[in-house]
Structures are given as structure tokens and as C-alpha cells.
Design a protein around this ligand. Sequence first.
Ligand SMILES: C[S@@+](CC[C@H](N)C(=O)[O-])C[C@H]1O[C@@H](n2cnc3c(N)ncnc32)[C@H](O)[C@@H]1O
Length: 294
Amino acid sequence: MHFPVLLREVIDHLELEAGDVILDATLGGGGHAVEILKRIAPGGRLIAVDRDPEAIERGRRRLGDFKDEVIFINDDFRNADGILKTAGIERVDGAVFDLGISSFQVDDPKRGFSFLRDGPLDMRFDVSRKLSARDVVNKFGKEELADIIRKYGEERHARLIAGAICASRKKKRIETTGELVDIILKAAGGKYRRQRIHPAARTFQALRIFVNDELAAVEEGVSKTVFYLRPTARICVISFQSLEDRIVKNIFRGMAKSGEVTVITKKPLCPGKEEVRANPRSRSAKLRVAERLS
Ligand SMILES: C[S@@+](CC[C@H](N)C(=O)[O-])C[C@H]1O[C@@H](n2cnc3c(N)ncnc32)[C@H](O)[C@@H]1O
């Protein structure tokens, strides 16, 4: 199961009407999509994008009742301009970006995203791309690895972990998530004794962001999409870690200064206690909303 995060808040802010054209840049399990579709049908259009072909296949099954309203596109949202142009869409009445990974991806050991499930060290959203986490961990130099872990994982013990990875791979290639977790636990487990976060969490986040070039995709995808919003249309972006949230905040601030948007959420919206209790994965979510001015 994947529970859509901050669903009511997203739906309320989009102010949907039948006939609207909406971009869902991160279809995932289709949780936001289905609620959007109920409100824009009949006559509306949902451009449902995901970089992961498995998400698109799942979406086709889940959203079967809305065949006439959905256009599925398996692509990276950083190509938002090309995606919309190809779909013949000139302007949209709203857009949603729900960043990061879905429960389907994290819970599937063969995708290699989880430090809690043993599987091949992969982490690619789109497996047709060449570079996997296995390549990064086995081929990159120690300094480069430490930089990636520090920059994208905000991991204080990045050098220690990078050193342990390099020492371990001299003996044997690192092939699985379980092997990588063991290396991190041996190297830095003690440093995390008093913390609630898993010692491997930051390193896994860093590798995933790097492998999928996630931050550049957010920067490009969100900026391009704002350009396609009709005046008074809104864009909702949910992020799950501070690096992404900072990017979104800065894009919106810059565009507000130049008079392109007004920022609706002066502070990001976060899930309430009840949502976090029902869906602990929502706890780090932050929603920012901006409205196109002209
Ligand atoms: C958190 S899930 C979305 C969940 C969805 N809103 C729902 O309620 O079921 C994020 C999805 O975004 C996709 N994704 C991540 N980066 C992407 C990108 N640059 N372009 C397109 N899809 C992306 C992932 O493959 C994943 O399926």
C-alpha cells in the first residue's frame, strides 16, 4: 500500500473543477491522482508522469475507470516542457509534485532502495539508466564517495563511511544493500547509538539522490512547470528532506520576487499527528504551494 501524503491539503489548494487540466508529475501509486480525477472528471485531463515504468503500469490498472481523462507518460519530470508539449497541452490548471520514492519502490527488495530489506544495490527509478548504486559504491574514489554522502545525505561521518566502503570492496565487490548496511554499521553504528535514525539512512538517501540526479530534476521540473500554469493556477510540491525543500522554497521565493507567483504557504504545511500516526512515512513531509500571477 502507498498512502498519499497531505492528500486533503493538496486537493484543497488545487481548487479543482470538472474540466481542469492537471499535471501529476509523480504518479507513484496513483493516490493523489485518483482523488484529482474524481474532481476533474468528466471532461478534465490528468497528465500522469512517472520516471518508473512500473508506476505507470500500476497507474494504468488503478486508474482504469478514468481512461478518457488520463494521459500516462513514462518520463522524468525535469522534461516537463517537452512532456506537456508532446501531450498537446499549452497551459495547466494545477500541478502536483510528490517527491521521493513510493512505498511500492521502497518495499520491493529487488529495487535496492531500502536499508531494511536485503536486495541488489540498485536504487534507479528507471532501470534503463546506466548508473546504479552498485557502480557508485564499487567504482568511485574515496573522496568522491565521501563528498556524495556528505552533500546528499548530510552525513557527518561521510569520510569514515567512505573509507570503510573502500576498504571492504578491496576484499570483495559490494553487491547488496545488506552488505552495504553491514559495512556502515561496523564503521559508524556506534556514533548513532543515541539517535533514532538508522545509521545507514543518510548514506542510502545520498546514493539514491545521486544515482537519480534528483535535486537537479526538482530544480528543472518545478521551474519549468510554473511557466505552464494558467494565471491563478497552483503548484503543490511535497518534499521529504531538507535539501529538496530548500530548492522548492528558493524557486518560489525567486519567482515571487520577479512577480511570477505568489507564495500561498508562507511556512510549509506538515502532516498532523493523526496522519503521522496512520502513516509514519509522512512524518518528514512538507508541502509548499505557489500560485501563478500572470
Ligand atoms: C512519493 S511517490 C508519489 C506517490 C503518489 N503521489 C501517490 O499518492 O501514490 C514519488 C514518485 O515519483 C517518481 N519520481 C521521482 N523522481 C521523478 C522524476 N524526476 N520524474 C518523474 N517521476 C519521478 C518516483 O518514481 C515515485 O513513483
